[in-house]
Design a protein around this ligand. Structure first.
Ligand code: GLN
Length: 491
């Protein structure tokens, strides 16, 4: 029997239905792989007892013919999702040993459908970062390494644990969140598939908030089909989230293999950056050719406000973060530093509990929202945001079905290599992904090739609101042309 951890979700579903193996065996294989891969630091908490109990329940349900669409499928959960009775920290010291008494809507939908919880996955503190280096649990290693090198690379961020665990086969799929690129960039760095759905598609209830108008959850998986399977369980209207959209959830899997003949694919000229590596340029044109060969029509489009997206994002996101993070005051959750009076307690707790990047964001956010600066920064950034959204609307109004871009400006980099002296160097990772959050659109990252050092690179497809199906159809074509690739095991 092949190693059960190397199966896709679609294959495992088949194997479970055919009784080729049990959910318990599938879960045990993953728990063993996790134990052997602790060097990667992908999990911040393993939940083997819970996993075995859930697998046993899945086996029973399957035997009775009552298994849900994810019966017995072992998953990892980003530590930003509240899990009842299981420590949830957002990888911040300030949450300490916080144990929620409630379950996020998305995870409860996954358990409703029969999935198995393997553990909680590492991420950048409060999802602020692009390399998973801001986590209070330390960095995550990417299972990919440069050809002939032993240097540990970052898996991207903020969903670094999710991407690393999926790529290293330490779970069959994972939940992730994306505020400016945190699903798509780590997916591109690890040769996994990640989709950020349309804003409002998946409930944010029970997910630790970073920037509420940009945050959106989605899956990371090893194939486009697996991402579609997970999306179906994660998506859906939730009255507990006032920004959740009451739009029917289609069978995303049915979009795979659908013809894309006649679809118009926009190639935005503003995404051709000065000094962009030739390999990224080449990957992008190859991807366009694959879609053309499948019958799509390529059209050059313009998204003129693209260059303002990153600066505007770094006003809007910290502004929202500074108000969301005001709740961590040492009274309600986790850490409390002893002090002589309440003001000192707030100050000491927040200074001790937040890491450097989070403190930077809180300060930027407080500054741009303060009287006298609000109009110059925050209000202006909101206006820019509207223009960015309009760029996309104009493009779709001209009959464009989806837009093809690179997912990231480079492949994975080494741990400690970027952003030490200048945080903007790290922020530039999201140059191709933040626009999508600013506009609330869906975006998928699909592995599409390798660079000269043999590291994976990804392409991004951006879709119309609530048209994730087209992204799955087009993504499947890229996947088929590029093939799927997995890292050589060294851990
Ligand atoms: N890297 C971006 C940031 O640090 C986006 C993070 C995210 O999408 N959560 O804000």
């Amino acid at each position: 029997m092949t190693d059960l951890t190397s199966l896709t979700i679609a294959e495992a579903r088949q194997g479970l239905a055919n009784k080729a193996f049990t959910a318990r065996e599938l879960t045990d294989a993953h728990l063993k792989a996790m134990e052997a891969a602790r060097l990667l630091n992908a999990y911040v908490l393993e939940t083997p007892d819970r996993a075995r109990e859930m697998a046993r329940a899945a086996d029973e349900a399957i035997a009775k013919g009552e298994g849900g669409p994810l019966a017995g499928i072992p998953l990892g959960i980003k530590d930003l999702f509240a899990t009842r009775d299981i420590r949830t920290t957002a990888c911040s010291r300030i949450l300490g040993n916080f144990i929620p008494s409630y379950e996020s809507t998305i995870t409860s939908q996954l358990w409703r459908d029969g999935a198995v919880l393997l553990g909680k996955l590492n991420n950048d503190e409060f999802a602020m970062g692009s390399s998973n280096e801001t986590s209070c649990f330390g960095p995550v290693a990417n299972p990919w390494r440069r050809a002939g090198s032993n240097t540990d690379l970052v898996p991207g961020g903020s969903s670094g644990g999710s991407a690393s665990a999926v790529a290293a086969m330490l779970c069959m799929g994972a939940t992730a969140t994306d505020t400016g690129g945190s699903i798509r960039q780590p997916a591109a760095f690890t040769a996994t598939v990640g989709i950020k759905p349309t804003y409002g598609r998946c409930s944010r209830w029970g997910i630790v908030a970073f920037a509420s108008s940009l945050d959106q959850a989605g899956p990371i998986a090893r194939s486009v089909r697996d991402a579609a399977i997970l999306m179906r369980s994660m998506a859906g209207h939730d009255p507990k989230d006032t920004t959740s959209a009451d739009v029917p959830v289609p069978d995303y899997e049915a979009a795979i293999g659908k013809s894309v003949k006649g679809m118009r694919i926009g190639i935005p000229r503003e995404y051709r950056l000065d000094g962009m590596p030739g390999e990224i340029e080449k990957l992008w044109s190859e991807g366009a050719e694959w879609l053309k060969a499948a019958g799509a029509e390529l059209v050059e489009v313009s998204l003129p406000h693209t260059k303002y997206a990153l600066p505007a994002y770094y006003i809007v996101a910290p502004a929202e973060a500074s108000s969301n993070l005001a709740r961590y005051d040492g009274v309600r959750y986790g850490l409390r530093e002893p002090a002589r009076n309440i003001i000192e307690m707030y100050e000491k707790t927040r200074a001790e509990g937040f890491g450097a990047e989070v403190r930077r964001r809180v300060m930027i956010g407080t500054y741009v929202l303060s009287a006298g600066y609000y109009d110059a920064y925050y209000l202006r950034a909101q206006k820019v945001r509207t223009l960015i959204k309009k760029d996309f609307e104009d493009c779709f109004a001209k009959g464009v079905h989806a837009i093809l871009t690179p997912a990231t400006p480079s492949a994975a980099f080494g741990i400690g290599e970027k952003g030490g002296a200048d945080p903007v160097e790290m922020y530039l990772n999201d140059i191709f992904t933040v626009t999508v959050n600013m506009a609330g659109l869906p975006g998928i990252a699909v592995p599409a090739g390798r660079d000269a050092q043999d590291l994976p690179l990804g392409l991004q497809l951006i879709g119309r609101p609530f048209d994730e199906e087209t992204l799955f159809s087009l993504g499947a074509i890229i996947e088929q042309a590029a093939g799927r690739f997995t890292p050589a095991r060294w851990w």
